[in-house]
Design a protein around this ligand. Structure first.
Ligand code: ADP
Ligand code: GLC
Length: 482
């Protein structure tokens, strides 16, 4: 029996390319801890991290019937943090080196892979003794579940009490494919409309999900507003303006069981708001891990962690880096993404040995090491639906410098406001970013003031318990008895 079934293409610690994975590793257990029975279903990737988890095969021959009449899936189950996690397995779709794309672009069959996933989810859920009260799907990869269910509900009373929720983690990724794939998807002809799955002659999977879900959420209140305008609406603003009666913004939380320097298994030395001394040890160890000059130990070191994409404003950092290097600071970047940005950053490493370092790639231990070891966290995003790394940075006592946009606006109190926890600048512009960084560096030199800001940042709480409560209220407002 599951009250809420979460459908997602990533879940930490099993799979993750970014914040979606972190959210799905934390939200379902947090909702469960409030007395609502939850489960998660996600693809079985060949590259998944299954360390310490025992898998059980629950269906060996689940009939999916897509793309061929005879196509089947296997379903596995494991326990995680008190909840059941189900995995949809089909090697030809999910046993690959990457999740969604290589450096050459998206996998050519992404649409087919995730139509298959969505169909398998519903075929499996249809075999449960009773239907979940809420099915909550996330991002475009899971987004055909609400439309399929909407149309199934018309003739199958099994689903009559099931409500659907879609969460948009990033509106820029909509799952847009050719009309042919709409016809293959099995959605009824009436869904091919400007009020449904159709978007300028293409299939738009996320739009279909928005159209046919009972409620739609984004991951911060600011982003829920921003996507109604042309700047952040990614072409869907007109459509979204007609959906505001069911659109909500619920801020993400941070999983402090994973991201808290007072008990962090990745750090050489733990610390807390009451005793921040250990942070200096973490800084020394980070400098040595990244082959940075030891002299930086008493200079401000700035850290960036994220996908090296336009969204994250990595080009703005590239733009101001030569100017920053004229100051007595160090800069560390961890991430991967556009080859052009990676190449430019690697060149900088040769130009500024010991003062600038980029680690192309991503590992959890290095991310934790930078969160703890850096003094100032950089997040010049062009848009940010929520952003988790700045929330982690606050807890690690690493005040962020960020664009005043989306979830960054909702989580950072900017200097010089009362109770400031970081620095923001109005627009994604190199000069404004540079000025904000310099403001942070100047305040860093004013040790008593800086220490007060660090303490305030560390004491800020963005718990999943609060967000989980908001989601439960939303489920209840849809008439779901959870
Ligand atoms: P987004 O989801 O837009 O990438 P968030 O700030 O919400 O940004 O979440 C990022 C999460 O993913 C953090 O846990 C961060 O440490 C991690 N992360 C950052 N860069 C990468 C990367 N290149 N690969 C995998 N995870 C990453
Ligand atoms: C997306 C967004 C990010 C958000 C994350 C988790 O990847 O880019 O802002 O924090 O999803 O919701």
């Amino acid at each position: 029996m599951h009250d809420v079934l979460y459908v997602t293409s990533e879940m930490y610690p099993f799979s993750k390319t970014g914040g979606l994975g972190d959210v799905m590793g934390a939200l379902p257990p947090a909702v469960h801890a409030k007395g609502v029975r939850t489960a998660v279903i996600t693809p079985f990737y060949g590259r998944m991290n299954l360390a310490g988890h025992k898998l059980r095969l629950v269906y060996s021959d689940l009939h999916v019937g897509y793309p061929w009449p005879s196509t089947t899936a296997e379903i596995y189950q494991t326990d995680y943090d008190g909840i059941s996690v189900y995995f949809v397995s089909r090697g030809e779709y999910f046993d690959r080196r990457h999740y969604y794309n290589t450096h050459n672009g998206d996998y050519f069959d992404n649409c087919e892979r995730f139509i298959f996933f969505c169909k398998a989810v519903l075929k499996w859920a249809r075999l449960l003794p009773s239907a979940p009260t809420v099915i909550h799907s996330h991002d475009w990869q899971s987004s055909l579940v609400p439309p399929y269910l909407y149309f199934d509900r018309e003739h199958d009373s099994f689903w009559k009490n099931t409500r659907t929720v879609t969460t948009i983690h990033n509106l820029a990724f909509q799952g847009r494919f050719s009309e042919r794939l709409f016809h293959e998807s099995g959605l009824p002809a009436e869904a091919w409309s400007m009020h449904g799955a159709e978007f300028y002659g293409d299939l738009n999977m996320l739009k279909a999900s928005i159209a046919y879900s009972d409620a739609v959420t984004t991951v911060s209140p600011s982003y829920a507003q921003e996507i109604l305008g042309p700047e952040f609406g990614c072409g869907l603003e007109g459509f979204l303006n007609a959906q505001t009666h069911k659109l909500y913004g619920i801020l993400n939380g941070a999983d402090y069981a994973v991201w808290d320097p007072s008990e962090d298994k990745f750090l050489p030395c733990c610390y807390s708001a009451d005793n921040v001394q250990g942070k200096q040890e973490c800084k020394k160890s980070m400098l040595s891990d990244f082959y940075m000059s030891e002299q930086l130990v008493d200079k401000p070191v700035l850290g960036f962690i994220g996908r090296l994409r336009d969204q994250k404003g990595i080009d703005l950092l590239i733009d101001i880096l030569p100017r920053l290097m004229e100051k007595e600071v160090g800069v560390i970047v961890l991430g991967e993404g556009d080859l052009g940005y990676e190449a430019r950053l690697l060149e900088f490493m040769e130009e500024y040995p010991g003062r600038f370092c980029v680690q192309v790639g991503y590992t959890e231990d290095l991310a934790h090491g930078i969160q703890a070891g850096a003094d100032i966290f950089l997040m010049p995003s062009r848009y940010e639906p929520c952003g988790l790394t700045q929330i982690y940075a606050l807890r690690f006592g690493t005040p962020p410098v960020a664009t005043a946009v989306g979830g960054l606006r909702d989580t950072i109190t900017p200097y010089p406001d009362e109770g400031a926890t970081g620095f923001t600048f109005a627009e994604p512009d190199g000069d404004l970013f540079y000025d904000a960084v310099i403001q942070a560096v100047d305040l860093w030199h004013d040790r008593p003031e800086w220490e007060k800001m660090v303490k305030r940042a560390m004491l800020k709480e963005f718990t999943w318990n609060r967000s989980a409560g908001e989601y439960i209220k939303l489920y209840q407002s849809l008439g779901a008895r959870v």
